[in-house]
Design a protein around this ligand. Structure first.
Ligand SMILES: [Zn+2]
Ligand SMILES: [Zn+2]
Length: 228
């Protein structure tokens, strides 16, 4: 057993029962997320962007898998700040069970972290989850499809207006993929959807590059619209 395993025994973040990070009973008790349109944030069936909200560079769909609270929130935070890689596999499995059976050919790309933060944290949690999710879904995993152009301050330290400026045009397509023929649709994965600003910038970069359909997939969605 490695040190991570010793520090993080497989114990349910919901009820404390051993053997899994989120046990079956606790998974069942997690409410469904009310899906929203990524543009206007109002309810939308299956997360598709409203016709009236469609504009150039906008996401075509946003899928939020779980509300960002309780056991899921604890799992994500523990993974993120305690370097507990193993939790990513469980979160991928849970994501797959709720939303992974989507038919069609997709590229799955994680929303990147900036290099400096990547190094400090040691890993990008969205990439970890994505790696496992791609194996389960059969989607083609392209971990470095998007790259970040410059350092941004952590979003939480900024006001709404600053947040927007902070992430404006920070993403671009990795030059090694510039010659790609764009037949696939892309699913951009992030662990938590908060304001959606960063995710939407990533999607905009992909659509500007020429991908026709780009969806956001958030393992958890924080904020309003979650059913209690
Ligand atoms: Zn439990
Ligand atoms: Zn809308």
């Amino acid at each position: 057993m490695d040190t991570i395993g010793l520090l993080f025994p497989r114990k349910c973040f919901g009820c404390g029962k051993f053997d899994s990070y989120i046990c079956e009973d606790c998974v069942k008790s997690i409410p469904k997320v009310k899906q929203i349109c990524a543009v206007c944030k109002k309810p939308s069936r299956n997360g598709y962007t409203h016709l009236r909200c469609k504009k150039e560079g906008a996401p075509d769909r946003l899928i939020s898998v779980f509300p960002y609270k309780g056991a899921v929130k604890k799992a994500i935070l523990t993974m993120k700040y305690k370097f507990a890689y193993d939790i990513g596999k469980s979160l991928a499995q849970l994501t797959f069970e709720r939303w992974g059976k989507i038919k069609g050919k997709y590229l799955l790309a994680p929303l990147p972290l900036h290099e400096k933060r990547f190094n400090w944290r040691g890993f990008n949690q969205s990439e970890e989850i994505g790696k496992h999710l791609a194996k389960l879904t059969g989607w083609r995993f392209v971990p470095d499809l998007l790259i970040k152009k410059k350092m941004t301050k952590p979003q939480v330290e900024l006001g709404k207006e600053e947040r927007h400026i902070n992430v404006k045009n920070v993403f671009s397509i990795n030059p090694k993929y510039l010659g790609w023929k764009l037949k696939s649709n892309v699913i951009l994965l992030d662990d938590v959807w908060t304001t959606g600003t960063t995710m939407k910038e990533g999607i905009k970069a992909l659509k500007t590059f020429g991908f026709k359909k780009v969806w956001g997939l958030a393992v958890a969605k924080s904020g309003v619209g979650n059913r209690r």
